[in-house]
Design a protein. Structure first.
Ligand code: ATP
Ligand code: MG
Ligand code: FE
Length: 346
């Protein structure tokens, strides 16, 4: 099927077009620069930017794919989770285009789309697979049996998301927003073993209760304390070593727990998605450790890891192929849409 996907859950206005598992267009407009001076995404600013960007981004995607709206079989749109006002712009646009062109519309889960997008790069996902979803607002381990039917949560962060930890640590190092890409770059010149930052929820007593859960707020605090102590002592802060050691602490726990989940559930494929999946250290570490266990790691290219319209189209394409009923024109936006719901019904 030829499916168009619309993404507006946060600060990226994305429109993607796929045919089956083939990516035809992935148009993106970002308001990230408008948020940078606030150190985080400002919901009102994001909504307004989506309103301005949605029609031109839609046109660009159709142009890039060389198709018209009439050619499209179905429209998919992120219905949640995300910023309520931002989601509404995409959902309203999807309904408008669906009504105008008489197309079925699917309101889909943004997080399931972060997992489904990998099929555009690596083809159909072997099922069952373990999914590691690490983004700005979420960090979860999932069992994926059939992405069109839902996923089974195995564990999640009990405090900060992994991306949030990158953003907060970058902020305290004075590096700007968003923090992930700049820490990734800075860490290349640092030693990941320089500073032994804590690994959350890995002590035996924590593992008993939180085997597949994550915690990053203690790590963030430990980095803050370490930097403060340096500054108080009047010593320079070795920024590259701090970035590399912090990044390694995050990636160490993420990969160890994800591979433990694979082993526990007898699963041979690990798929990683979400903005933090763009991290170069995470990709290398996951590959290295998985290879030793005979587990295949799938991570889409960095552009497809952060928010985009192609991921929504990819999930929509799975839903159409599986014969799942569309949502209907009264589909709601759901800012707190749970991971277990793949599509909303109107
Ligand atoms: P969610 O998907 O949970 O709703 P979101 O859509 O805001 O949140 P994404 O766009 O999926 O999140 O991811 C953004 C996050 O990814 C930010 O926290 C950003 O710092 C982080 N990130 C992006 N690139 C990298 C990188 N190379 N290394 C680490 N983190 C990264
Ligand atoms: Mg973003
Ligand atoms: Fe996201």
């Amino acid at each position: 099927p030829l499916v168009l996907g619309i993404e507006t859950s946060c600060d990226e206005t994305g429109v993607g077009i796929v045919r089956g598992h083939t990516l035809l267009a992935d148009a993106l407009a970002s308001s990230v620069d408008e948020h940078a001076r606030f150190g985080g995404v400002v919901p009102e600013v994001a909504s307004r930017a989506h309103l301005e960007a949605i029609v031109p981004t839609m046109r660009r995607a159709l142009d890039d794919a060389g198709v018209t709206l009439a050619d499209i079989d179905a429209i998919a749109v992120t219905a949640g989770p995300g910023l309520a006002g931002a989601l509404l712009v995409g959902v309203a646009a999807a309904k408008g285009y669906a009504l105008a062109a008489d197309k079925p519309v699917y309101g889909v889960n943004h997080l399931a789309a972060h997992v489904a997008v990998d099929t555009l790069e690596h083809g159909p996902l072997p099922e069952p697979a373990v999914g590691l979803l690490v983004s700005g607002g979420h960090s979860s381990l999932l069992l994926v049996d059939d992405i069109t039917a839902g996923v089974t949560p195995l564990g999640a962060t009990i405090d900060d998301a992994a991306g949030e930890a990158f953003d907060k640590v970058a902020r305290l190092l004075g590096m700007g927003f968003p923090g992930g890409p700049v820490i990734d770059r800075t860490a290349r010149d640092g030693d990941p073993a320089a500073i032994p930052f804590p690994r959350g929820l890995t002590a035996p007593k924590d593992l008993a209760e939180h085997r597949f859960d994550f915690s990053f707020s203690g790590l963030k605090t430990a980095v803050a304390r370490w930097v403060e102590a340096r500054e108080r002592a009047g010593e320079p802060v070795p920024v590259a070593d701090v970035a590399a050691s912090f990044q390694h602490a995050v990636c160490d726990v993420l990969t160890a727990k994800a591979l433990d989940a694979c082993r526990t559930h007898g699963v041979r494929t690990l798929v990683i998605g979400g903005g933090v999946a763009a991290n170069s250290r995470l990709r290398v570490l996951a590959e290295e450790r998985a290879a030793k266990l005979g587990i295949e790691v799938r991570v889409p290219r960095p552009q497809l890891c952060t928010d985009n319209g192609a991921m929504v189209a990819a999930l929509g394409s799975h839903l159409v192929a599986a014969g799942v009923a569309p949502s209907g024109l009264d589909l709601p936006a759901d800012s707190a849409m749970p991971l277990t719901t793949v599509t909303v019904s109107g």
